[in-house]
Design a protein around this ligand. Sequence first.
Ligand code: SF4
Ligand code: SF4
Length: 303
Amino acid sequence: MAVSTRPTSGDSPARRYRARHSRTQILRHVSQAIFAGIILTAAVVHNLSTMDGATPSIDALCPFGGFETLWTWIVSGGSFVPKTHLSNLVLAAGLLLAVLVSGGAFCGWVCPFGALQDALNWVRTRLRIPEIHVPQALDRVLRYGRYVVLTLILYKTATTVTLMFADIDPYRTLFSLEWLFDFNPTEHLTAYVAALVVVVGSLLVERAWCRYLCPLGGAISLLGNLSLLRIRRAEATCKDCALCERPCPVKLNVANAETISSNCIGCLACVQACPRHDTLAVQLAPAWLPRRKTPVAQPSTGD
Ligand code: SF4
Ligand code: SF4
């Protein structure tokens, strides 16, 4: 099965620009705005509520909380790490299913923190602030940061049965809106500084948090190796122009890959940017299945 969302002819810069902002990207941004809106609404309602526990906090709406509490829930026969709930486990199970089908699309279409970073990147381009490009060798090393953070958090949560890092989690600091309703630099200085560093970092380096530090992104990337849908590149029709790599928010190697890395967030910008029909396409082709040989064929469009 191939799902191509890219234009069918021409490859002028103007066309590529339009392609980047085509219907798929608008749909993606609408989806991101809806999920960010849900989380922010829950945060406002929770902050305005005068009764303890009457409304869910954003902690209860985070799938990562499900991964954090899973071990405790299993070994204790149904208890939860404080601040996590059954809703976290349900959301984690839903996310797991989604990842097994569509890889990292959660990060490109759902996660409010991803949406915030896309918004920061938009602000950076509007303000003409130069982007910092991390050298490839350093980028490769820094990407392991997510797995280090993931391992540390899961280990510490399982052994201490507390969310040790929740108080400095930049996602929680920013989206709980407690800084707005109850600004308290004396008590939360570390959390504010951590959130500020991540915001400034993501303003200067596109999707810096997602690429280097997010533990949930790390878990999604590991599980994404099993996903049914993957973006594949047909070597036979690829003209090695690397236009597909330019719009990639997480700076992946698309132009030389056969199957795109499980770090992909499924934004489909590369598929749209490719000037050759069906050279990049989402395929029902899990990486663990043997590959079908791509027939050598004449390109149908693009030159
Ligand atoms: S990597 Fe983390 S912060 Fe980024 S979009 Fe994915 S879950 Fe959200
Ligand atoms: S590889 Fe393509 S679909 Fe994946 S994140 Fe990069 S541009 Fe988006």
